[in-house]
Design a binder for this molecule. Structure first.
Ligand code: 5CA
Ligand code: ZN
Length: 379
């Protein structure tokens, strides 16, 4: 499984968190099914928006990327997101990215435009099969999402940059194509191919990555490896909105995970608030989500604190069934609600049930509803 990572120029917002929680749930469900998961994620620690932010604030781009990557890792840890097996930065991967570009060039799938190298989409007969969009939509999205369809001299406006020759005041690395820096899509193609091989099971990210990012990464990988499809499944999470628009660093309409944490909000409540929405749904964040999730967490907590409860075997089977059904976390959460309601109203005499529900919530949903341990020394 390869899941696209952050571009670290600002702090993790709830949209990012929802996306990484979707893939965390997927990893937990696969592991619960006895599957060993090779999970790789990148960090786009050099790219246009990061360099633009550093230039705008006068901060060193390396310091900015390091600080925000570290903050993201802390946010993910607080949310109990299981770390990927490989976590790879674009900068550290530059040698392998250059190798991949050389393979593409040797296969005739790269051309020079004023010193920059471009990938001709005509090189991949399967181009277009990931996002399945018409040309007009591809052109529009390409312009909105980091592409340059209007640049004169391109063979096809949808062709994507593989290597961008050094510009004044931009970082550059030496390569056989001259000094420069890598394009965005080839970064993920190279990092994934090197660690996971030519065919992966799952390529993941938010729905805004389907085109052009996943389409072009797949095209690079197809042509370089000669294997198709690059990913057996493309999994795209919905967009979280706030104040009427997609939550995004560039718009600045953000609710930050780190801010909620410093405000004293329990990460488990944030997690429950996000898992309360199906991962494919586009939805809008409001304070109601958090209030509801906090109440839910307290109810679960009170229920698992009981010495006995109603039997939980059926609940466990139902939770597994809902998660196996395209990761239906909202219904999985409602199953736990039903058990907790019964435990708190009618009770039950199963001594193992509260522990089983706690372990299930902990392992499958990443929420440990046990009461916080007493301060050390009193235990
Ligand atoms: N570094 C690239 C991927 S290689 C990138 O897109 N970085 S990002 O920081 O812009 O986004 C990181 C992940 O968060 C992506 O999967 C993106 O689709 C997802 N994401 C961004 N905004 C939202 C949002 N509002 N709701 C849900 N997911 C989002
Ligand atoms: Zn990516």
């Amino acid at each position: 499984m390869y899941v696209c990572g952050i571009t670290p120029y600002d702090a993790t917002h709830l949209g990012h968190a929802a996306t990484y929680l979707a893939f965390d749930t997927l990893q937990r469900v696969l592991r619960d099914g006895g599957v060993e998961v090779d999970y790789c994620q990148n960090v786009t620690d050099v790219d246009d928006p990061l360099l633009a932010r550093a230039a705008a604030t006068g901060e060193d781009w390396v310091a900015l990327a390091e600080r925000e990557t570290e903050r993201f890792r802390q946010d993910m840890e607080a949310l109990r997101v299981l770390p990927p097996r490989w976590y790879v930065g674009a900068v550290e991967a530059i040698p392998e990215i250059v190798e991949l570009i050389a393979v593409l060039r040797d296969k005739g799938a790269a051309y020079d435009l004023d010193g920059d190298l471009y990938f001709p989409v005509s090189a991949d007969p399967h181009f277009g099969s990931v996002a399945n969009l018409d040309v007009d939509t591809m052109l529009r999205l390409s312009a909105e999402r980091g592409g340059d369809p209007d640049r004169p001299g391109k063979k096809d406006p949808l062709d994507a940059a593989l290597w961008r020759a050094a510009r004044p005041a931009e970082p550059a690395w030496p390569s056989e194509f001259g000094p420069g820096r890598p394009g965005w899509h080839v970064e993920c193609a190279a990092i994934a191919l090197r660690r996971l091989g030519p065919t992966i099971d799952i390529q993941g990210g938010g729905s805004d990555l389907a085109y052009p990012h996943h389409e072009l990464s797949a095209a690079h990988a197809d042509v370089a490896s000669g294997c198709w499809p690059f990913a057996r499944s493309y999994v795209h999470s919905g967009m979280v909105g706030y104040l009427g628009e997609k939550m995004s660093k560039s718009r600045g309409n953000l609710v930050l995970v780190s801010r909620l944490r410093t405000d004293g909000v329990e990460p488990a409540a944030v997690r429950l608030a996000l898992l309360g929405h199906h991962y494919r749904e586009d939805w809008e964040w409001t304070g109601d989500d958090l209030a509801g999730a906090t109440k839910r967490l307290l109810r679960w907590r009170r229920a698992v604190e009981q010495p006995t409860g109603p039997s939980a075997q059926t609940i466990l089977a139902e939770v597994r069934r809902h998660l196996a059904d395209d990761l239906d976390t909202p219904r999985a959460l409602r199953c736990v609600d039903r058990w907790a309601a019964e435990a708190l109203t009618r009770g039950g005499d199963d001594r193992h049930a509260p522990g089983l529900v706690r372990d299930m919530a902990d392992a499958l949903l990443g929420v440990d509803p046990s009461p916080s341990p007493p301060p050390s020394g009193l235990a």
